[in-house]
Design a protein around this ligand. Structure first.
Ligand code: SF4
Length: 268
């Protein structure tokens, strides 16, 4: 897997010692800094020369993000096209529609053509296309347990939890603070369902960015000098049906999409 724009792939190549010799607190922070362009691989003194050479080769020169995403999508499409869609439909919570594999995602239906290309009534963004293709490849069909895990509680999630909080949970918290009911109404439009435990200042909603990977959003409004809080957790079945990398990509994409829509609505 290419490390370009992918802090998880890059992290897997680092020693994982969190020794701090790069002047950052962890290898994951270093990986994120390299992807942002704030650090160079050579600034990790613990890297093996062969790994360093590989990283330098992959990271220079930088390809355009769009080209990289298209290349990643083409690679995944080729793998998906080799699947038996009848067996895959049962395993991923989808269904066959003619030759196509239909998959519900955020309240909309997405269709995989026999060659792995994706179509939908709405625009197919890379942040939904790439995790959805990966999901079809790795989902084991585990059913929901109603046990909820934070990002850090997923296998392999600990390393990326801070980045997930920064890129997904924190932007969502600000949106909930700024847009209030409009934010929750928009989530409802994308299929989110309010939990019985939800109250006016303490909201709990469940939604399905992937059919067999429920997300739960818990929001506590600010009160008496305390900041608001927002946490995303995942049904334990995510251990079998997804991986942290795709959930990170999906979560940050959802946050960006909601922000764009809410800003557009507010400007009207
Ligand atoms: S110097 Fe290398 S091994 Fe040490 S924390 Fe930084 S990235 Fe990790």
């Amino acid at each position: 897997m290419s490390v370009k724009n992918n802090p998880y792939a890059l992290y897997k190549l680092l020693p994982g010692d969190n020794c701090g010799r790069c002047y950052l607190p962890s290898c994951m922070a270093f990986a994120a800094a390299v992807i942002r362009g704030d650090k160079r691989p050579a600034e990790c003194p613990a890297l093996e020369p062969a790994t360093l050479a590989r990283l330098d080769a992959e990271l220079q020169p930088r390809q355009g993000l769009k080209d990289e995403q298209e290349a990643a999508a083409a690679e995944l499409q080729a793998q998906v096209a080799a699947l038996d869609y009848v067996a895959a439909a049962a395993k991923v919570g989808g269904w066959r529609q003619g030759e196509r594999l239909a998959i519900p995602c955020l309240g909309k239906d997405f269709y995989l053509e026999p060659d792995g290309r994706m179509a939908s009534q709405c625009h197919v963004n890379p942040w939904i296309q790439l995790p959805l293709l990966r999901y079809v490849l790795i989902c084991r069909g585990a059913t929901a347990t109603d046990e909820w895990l934070p990002f850090a509680g997923l296998p392999g999630g600990q390393a990326g939890a801070a980045l997930f909080a920064k890129r997904c949970e924190e932007p969502l918290r600000r949106l909930a603070d700024d847009y209030g009911e409009d934010f929750f109404a928009l989530l409802n439009m994308f299929g989110a369902v309010e939990g019985k435990e939800s109250k006016a200042d303490s909201r709990v909603l469940t939604f399905h960015p992937l059919p067999l990977v429920p997300f739960r959003l818990a929001y506590q409004a600010p009160e008496e000098g305390l900041d608001s809080a927002l946490r995303i957790s995942f049904d334990r079945c995510a251990e079998q049906n997804a991986n942290p990398e795709m959930l990170h990509f999906l979560g940050t994409g959802i946050a960006a999409m909601l922000e764009k829509i809410l800003k557009r609505q507010a400007a009207c």
